[in-house]
Design a binder for this molecule. Sequence first.
Ligand code: TYD
Length: 213
Amino acid sequence: MAGRGFFLTVEGIDGVGKSTQTRLLAGRLRRLGREVVETREPGGAPGAEAIRRLLVEGDPERWSPETETLLFTAARRDHVERVLEPALARGAVVLCDRYVDSTRAYQGAGGPDQRDLVDLLHRLTIGLDPDLTLIFDLDPAAALARTRDRLTGSGEDRFERKGTAFQARLREEFLRLAAAEPARCTLIDAARPADAVAGQVWAAVAPRLGLAP
Ligand code: TYD
């Protein structure tokens, strides 16, 4: 399904520093001559970005859990069709900031029925799984302190406003996902200094791309 390219997703609770690390990794791969597509969810394609605005802005209780899962999945389908599949088909390395594990953690936090819905929709309408997933792990209090500085005034705080107790549950869920699929998922200790984190990221990615560690 992943064509000739390589599909890497980066996951974790809000404020773990994964976007910065993704940028660093992209730069390093490009300097080695790889075509890199940096993208994110929700969004990453024009239609998916329009759906993103419905998801990340406004009242935290704006959508029912089912509607929210359908919207995230609809945005993902558009992103897969328009950006991910074409990039993988031409052999690019795709670095995607959040993907289905975020839906499993955030929307799946609504209970077993929600989790089943996420997995069912993924199987039926998406069907593209990452070659490698980096799960950034950090204490929610430290992560929240980072997001507060960044989000002031952006209006994109619908999920962050759900609070630290929710972030702590998400962290547990990401750890469970990492443990359940060890061949696909690598845990990254995001509490370490940025260059140490970058080193850990490179050590996980380089061998998978046939590059020196
Ligand atoms: P994003 O802008 O990537 O936030 P961050 O910069 O913190 O990574 O994502 C916006 C929010 O959407 C984020 O709080 C996580 C949430 N989200 C879900 O709830 N389900 C999903 O499937 C995805 C992709 C994101």
